[in-house]
Design a protein around this ligand. Structure first.
Ligand SMILES: Cc1cc2nc3c(=O)[nH]c(=O)nc-3n(C[C@H](O)[C@H](O)[C@H](O)COP(=O)(O)O)c2cc1C
Length: 356
């Protein structure tokens, strides 16, 4: 256990990163701009690729390399698609129908694209050719062949565990470090072996358990937003921290004005878990749709629930109504501050805390 107040990360030092902090990849609210700013401030900047085309991924990586010499991380979703039937869609539509009516939408407005694609062969080929320093996955790992391809390209591989069993499974796949994603975390839970939310652990329990049972560097994620919470994570044995919500108010993030406002009001104290936007369990700020439906048994599996929810969200937003939008945030959202990425990193890891 590290009770010293200076911190270094074995994992991040091995990739040439100066500070023991990873900026969490956050699909939908950031692009290469935030990643570059974090890299240039000494942290590991991340590019969320789950919602990007191959061309966009390549352009974004080129942009990162043009603006920083520092190592960076690219992030993908590694879910395995399950069967999605018209019956599932109909059942979900029937739940959302009253809201569809309110906005003048009909069943014909349901989309059949836009779901997040899992990491596949074409993406693996591209990423392996581009030889990136770090690749992180959410929702487990891609199949062994794809994983091998990325390992052989020289990239270090990390992935999120939300339980001890998931961490043991990830370790058995020979990856380089494990992100302990506690229940406080904003955005999608990376859970992939068990769908029982009641079995999920908070950072304060998951982290020391993984430090005790896993023989890999453990990166703490969930609820870390300032120097006090960062010091707790290091005291519990974290090799590094991965921070998402605290970067939502960064000048270099693309967080919408409404989302930023919600993060700075009383509403930031009220986050909850829901599966209604994608089918996957995620934490966001309460609004009408989350409050009404919470975790709903009729929501189709990840990522298909979005086919019915997305058109509603888009139409409502066009009318300036964000009660049907996801505004992902973690349980410590109320402790976030505005600033540049550099200022936010200095708040979380004051220069006196960085070991050499
Ligand atoms: C707005 C938002 C979007 C996120 N999107 C992703 C993503 O695309 N990929 C991923 O691996 N994790 C994603 N996450 C989860 C983070 O990796 C991380 O687990 C979480 O931010 C840590 O908790 P914190 O938000 O309390 O710092 C997201 C989190 C937020 C807040």
């Amino acid at each position: 256990m590290n009770l010293d107040n200076t911190h270094t990360s074995n994992f991040l030092s091995s990739v040439g990163c100066e500070k023991p902090i990873i900026q969490a990849p956050m699909a939908g609210v950031q692009d290469s701009r935030l990643a570059i700013a974090v890299c240039n401030a000494g942290g590991l900047g991340s590019l969320p690729c789950a919602m990007l085309s191959l061309e966009q991924i390549e352009n974004e990586i080129t942009n990162i390399r043009t603006h920083t010499q520092q190592p960076f991380n690219v992030n993908f979703f590694a879910h395995h698609l399950v069967n999605y039937t018209p019956e599932m869609e109909k059942e979900w539509y029937n739940i959302l129908k009253p809201y569809y009516k309110k906005f003048g939408l009909t069943e014909r407005d349901i989309s059949n694209t836009g779901g997040r694609q899992p990491f596949n062969q074409e993406t693996a080929d591209l990423i392996s050719d581009l030889k990136v320093p770090v690749v992180s996955f959410h929702f487990g790992l891609p199949n062994d062949n794809l994983l091998e391809k990325i390992k052989n390209s020289g990239a270090k591989i990390i992935s999120s565990a939300t339980t001890i069993a998931e961490a043991k499974w990830l370790q058995s796949k020979g990856i380089d470090a494990i992100i302990a994603q506690g229940l406080e975390a904003g955005g999608h839970r990376g859970m992939f072996l068990n769908s029982d939310v009641t079995a999920q652990l908070g950072t304060f329990s998951l982290l020391p358990n993984l430090v005790n049972t896993i023989d890999l560097p453990i990166i703490a994620a969930g609820g870390i937003c300032n120097d006090v919470t960062a010091n707790c994570a290091f005291a519990l044995g974290a090799d590094a921290i991965q921070v998402g919500t605290a970067f939502l108010l960064a000048h270099e993030a693309n967080t919408t004005d409404r989302h930023k406002q919600a993060l700075q009001e009383e509403s930031a104290n009220d986050t909850l878990l829901t599966n209604i936007f994608s089918g996957g369990i995620a934490r966001g700020i309460r609004n009408q749709l989350i409050g009404d439906l919470g975790i709903h048994t009729s929501a189709p599996p990840f990522p298909y629930a979005s086919f019915v929810t997305d058109p509603l969200k888009k139409k409502a937003e066009q009318e300036g109504n964000f009660e049907f939008s996801s505004m992902w945030a973690g349980q410590n959202a109320c402790l976030t501050n505005t600033g540049s990425a550099t200022e936010i990193i200095d708040m979380i890891l004051p220069p006196s805390c960085i070991g050499s």
